[in-house]
Write a new protein. Sequence first.
Length: 152
Amino acid sequence: MPEQVVEMYADGACRGNPGPGGWGVVLRAPGSEKELRGGETATTNNRMELTAVIRGLEALKRRCKVRVYTDSQYVQKGISAWIHDWKRRGWRTAERKPVKNLDLWQRLDALAASHEVEWHWVRGHAGHAENERADALANRGLEEHAAAGGHR
């Protein structure tokens, strides 16, 4: 039986860097669509970009072919290219410094291995409808988290 194809549009947002942040995801499969969002009190933009993709992959119930669209070159290049060298060097950068956001990169690496993932970069704030929706969800996640006193 062929794997189900899912399109994922993921984005993160942060007010201040670090500062309060949010993440948003649009998941689209034949015949269905789902929106996800959330926020954190003290975080960075890169952590929210990674969290969006992680939460989207976590929401999948079975192995899928996933086309991930992100406006974060950090996420797209990190998972497609840089991660191989980081792992080979014991999760260290070319400068021999520890990889930032290691917990999230390791979680994303494990989740991506359980699916067939294609990574696509899209220019942010350039009129790409689904990326704009993911951005709006990330900002709503940030606002809702802040309105709940940072306890959501």
